[in-house]
Design a protein. Structure first.
Length: 614
């Protein structure tokens, strides 16, 4: 979508979601930050979002709501009561609002997000629509608050861009069949444009049609209608159509979506228009484009210099990258469900670094040999970066509990050729915890550990046959080392870095070296080469397709992870794969929507027959 729009700031209205409905692909978008205002009480209603491309523009302040009565996340202090250096400002003062609707109610429906950039304040709104008389009071109160906030910001000397779905028709050019419809209803144009909402819009924009004397406090216009400035006489420039009557093909609609700006930055814009060809909604996008360079305080500067914090760009050149520390408190990336996480796409931008730390182990009691050298290869936390300079979370990479397979990111290829290892006995390899592989100087003298018993059972022959030419004399040390060879050579990767010999070769070499020093008289062997294909059933149990439970529809369930804070946060569960029904709840006896199937993954135990079927 962002590639199609080719925009650096995207303002969306009527998102119709709640916080619990936010998903990774809405928040963790590489290269983008996002700010939401969502309804506090109503479900599937209203909602505004502003996305900003972090490589081009980064806000310095952000607020939710038009009045400043709401509080930042994890704070009980309202935006209007924050220290002045943290405020956007322009909040309605006592007496400026009629008081028909209290301010907390006005900002409870998720209708406004305000971002302040270094150059201007961006106000993204979704104004209430005209439905019936029961909403008139709320609609007029919200329009009044919007007018007061914008005018107060301009009076402070700040430039303002007001954009969004205002749900207001400005003139007869902005709606189809208006004159004919008013004639049938016996209503004059003056009466039509004297309604409170249309009167507000025409008084706040330059060139608006104002009937009679201007209202007190609205004596001067402060904003420009950019689309009309670039297309002053264009007809049929509509942004919304009635989908129930399929009015879009015939372009029988209205223009109710706007980009308005204050006088100080009007000349920054080089184009403004609608994109009526983009489908997918009953509205079409409206856009306004700024030039690469702008006149700021009498000086021509690159637009990036005035759209970002002062230390991020200089003369159009980036001085530092955007990091997660630049995200403002209301950024959706800081919501607990998404903080310290990243999009799956970001996992492929940079690979984790591997660290190699040589250390000396403690010599075994009674041994005359020096302690073995242990090389630890592990991955640590690394700050990845988003596309266009966004950083990913600094959360450590997942650590494996088994040796890495060939090509694993746990093993990093060094930039310089490794030095040749000294000619010493080939090391045995044993798996360690926390994603580490240790290389010991010599095989364990205590035999295979008890923890390897289960794994060995998958590989050893069913009936070991002793060699008739060997007699049971000598020690057990070499025998235990031989058992380790058969296990490690199958479990560990077929290829290792050049400085590390192949596991099977190094282990066999160690055994052969020991055999030359101590003749073997009794070693259990097999006459034939072990073929792991014989243990196909065991491999199927490990590598077979996972069996998932069935839902009430008889279909495979899907796996989900609990994001809601609490004791179950992070637990996985199975549920029906079908979509949620109109009621927003799981439904019984339906063929189209999600049923009530719910099974914790930890409690799901498929039958052994089913588990081997994959």
């Amino acid at each position: 979508m962002f590639d199609t729009l080719e925009a650096d700031i995207v303002v969306m209205q009527e998102a119709k979601i709640q916080r619990k409905d936010l998903q990774d692909d809405m928040v963790l978008i590489p290269g983008w930050d996002v700010y939401f205002s969502l309804p506090k009480h109503k479900k599937g209603y209203s909602g505004v979002a502003i996305y900003t491309r972090s490589s081009k523009c980064a806000p310095i302040r952000a607020e939710e709501g038009i009045t400043g009565i709401l509080c930042p996340p994890n704070s009980s202090t309202t935006f209007r009561d924050l220290p002045e250096d943290q405020q956007i400002g322009g909040y309605p003062r006592p007496g400026q609002l009629s008081g028909e609707v209290d301010e907390a109610t006005l900002d409870s429906e998720g209708r406004c997000v305000i971002l302040e950039f270094a150059a201007f304040v961006l106000v993204g709104v979704y104004s209430p629509a005209t439905r019936d008389e029961s909403r008139d009071e709320f609609r007029h109160a919200f329009t009044e608050a919007m007018d007061v906030r914008v005018r107060n910001l301009v009076a402070m000397g700040k430039e303002v861009v007001l954009t969004g779905d205002l749900n207001i028709i400005r003139s007869e050019l902005d709606t189809a069949g208006l004159v004919e419809q008013l004639r049938k209803e016996e209503v004059s144009l003056d009466d039509f444009f004297s309604s409170p909402s249309r009167r507000f819009l025409n008084q706040i924009v330059f060139g608006g049609r104002v009937v009679g004397t201007r209202d007190e406090g609205r004596e001067e216009a402060v904003l420009w209608d950019l689309c009309r400035e670039f297309h002053p006489t264009r007809t049929g420039m509509y942004t919304c159509w009635d989908t129930r009557k399929n009015c879009r093909p015939g372009n029988f609609g209205s223009r109710i979506d706007y980009v308005l700006c204050s006088s100080g930055i009007k000349d920054w814009f080089i184009d403004a228009n609608i994109q009526e060809g983009l489908l997918g909604s009953d509205h079409c996008p409206v856009y306004a484009t700024m030039g690469d360079t702008v006149n700021h305080n009498g000086t021509t500067v690159p637009i990036t210099d005035v759209m970002n914090p002062t230390d991020m760009f200089k003369d159009g050149e980036r001085q530092r990258e955007w990091t997660i520390k630049d995200a403002l408190p209301t950024s959706a990336k800081l919501i607990p469900e998404f903080s310290n996480r990243r999009s799956i796409k970001d996992m492929f931008f940079k690979k984790p670094r591997a660290t190699i730390k040589p250390t000396r182990a403690t010599a075994m009691p009674g041994s005359q040999d020096p302690p073995p050298l242990i090389i630890t290869i592990s991955t640590g936390p690394e700050k990845d970066s988003w596309a266009h300079g966004d950083p990913a979370s600094s959360q450590p990479s997942s650590q494996a509990t088994a040796p890495p397979s060939s090509g694993s990111t746990l093993v990093a290829s060094p930039q310089k050729p490794p030095a040749k290892r000294p000619a010493v006995a080939s090391p045995a390899i044993r798996p360690q915890k926390k994603g580490k592989v240790t290389l010991a100087k010599e095989p364990s003298k205590t035999g295979a550990s008890a923890s390897q018993g289960t794994l060995k059972s998958f590989f050893k022959p069913k009936t070991p046959v002793p060699s008739p030419s060997q007699e049971p004399t000598g020690t057990d040390n070499t025998a235990s080392a031989t058992a380790d060879i058969s296990t490690a050579s199958e479990l560990l990767p077929a290829e290792l870095p050049p400085e590390i010999p192949s596991p099977s070769q190094s282990l066999k070499g160690s055994a052969e070296s020991s055999a030359k020093k101590t003749p073997l008289t009794s070693v259990p062997t097999d006459d034939k080469v072990f073929d792991p294909i014989e243990n196909k059933a065991s491999w199927s149990k490990l590598l077979g397709k996972r069996v998932v439970p069935k839902c009430e529809h008889g279909e495979d369930c899907v796996s989900r992870i609990t994001k809601k804070p609490g004791v179950n946060c992070g637990r996985s569960f199975f549920m029906c794969a079908r979509p949620t029904g109109p009621s927003g709840k799981k439904e019984d006896g339906t063929t189209e929507f999600c049923c009530k199937t719910f099974i914790w993954s930890s409690e799901w135990k498929p039958s052994s027959a089913a588990s081997l079927s994959g």
